[in-house]
Design a protein around this ligand. Structure first.
Ligand SMILES: [Fe+2]
Ligand SMILES: [Fe+2]
Length: 255
């Protein structure tokens, strides 16, 4: 039942996909921003706000996952992922600061302002539920599969992926394009794909009970709604469908 090949190829993949958020030119985005209509700006701002909060949170939680890793290759993959998440957090914060001109002299100060633009459920998921799961994992390493289920399958596989697709969709139809934000979002999405692949592999190597599997499915359905009106019902339905398919592909059976 154990997957012996390890997780090295995820580490190599991560290495080949590195990018630098400071090399993206946000100048055109900054010029275009004041020209956007109110509704356009509100949608992009809500999504950027969600990502500022989400990426800062996920970046901070991977330490517990690294210590609970089953072997060195898995630990190295969590470490590579942590590097990506920190970059994602810096990228969205840079967009908030430079393009949206959100006031505040630090990422935390800007997040305080941006918290008003997202639902209480989103804040609760990222700032309470995920940290609580990581804390439990730090105390009891046997909870790794469930913790990866929440982080990689539910949060990344459903919430963040749906948000990134919604962002790309919103950016496509703008009256004034935001090319730096679009390019950065595409690069974030590319990173998230290997994170989700890695998480699926961790979950696949474990044997989940039917109850745990059902909980993962249910969590995905609930979590997909945290974006509120920023994401359409169709996009939510698609995210949940893909989540179910990914869980099945990881060999998870539902009751
Ligand atoms: Fe991320
Ligand atoms: Fe990620």
């Amino acid at each position: 039942m154990v997957m012996i090949a390890g997780y090295d190829h995820f580490v190599q993949l991560a290495e080949s996909l590195q990018w630098d958020e400071t090399e993206l030119d946000l100048g055109p985005d900054r010029e275009a921003w004041p020209r956007l209509g109110d509704d356009e700006a509100a949608t992009v701002r809500g999504l950027v706000a969600g990502f500022c909060i989400a990426e800062a949170s996920v970046a901070g939680q991977l330490g517990s996952y690294q210590s609970a890793a089953a072997d060195d290759t898995m630990q190295a993959a969590f470490r590579a992922q942590a590097r990506d998440e920190a970059r994602h957090a810096r990228f969205f914060d840079l967009v908030a600061e430079v393009v949206l001109q959100v006031p505040g002299d630090s990422p935390a100060a800007r997040q305080d302002v941006l918290r008003r633009d997202v639902s209480a459920e989103l804040v609760d998921l990222f700032e309470h539920r995920l940290p609580a799961t990581a804390r439990r994992l730090a105390e009891d390493h046997s909870g790794l599969t469930g913790a990866v289920g929440l982080y990689h399958m539910v949060i990344e596989g459903v919430v963040l992926l749906a948000g990134q697709h919604a962002m790309l969709h919103a950016l496509e139809g703008l009256s004034s394009p935001l090319p730096g934000l679009r390019r950065g979002t595409e690069l974030v999405l590319r990173d998230e794909r290997w994170h989700i692949g890695f998480g699926s592999r961790v979950v696949q190597s474990a044997e989940l009970g039917g109850e745990e599997a059902d909980a993962l499915l249910e969590q995905g359905e609930t979590a997909s709604k945290v974006w509120g009106r920023l994401i359409t019902d169709d996009a939510i339905a698609l995210a949940v469908k893909q989540h179910r398919r990914r869980l099945k592909a990881a060999g998870i059976k539902f009751w």
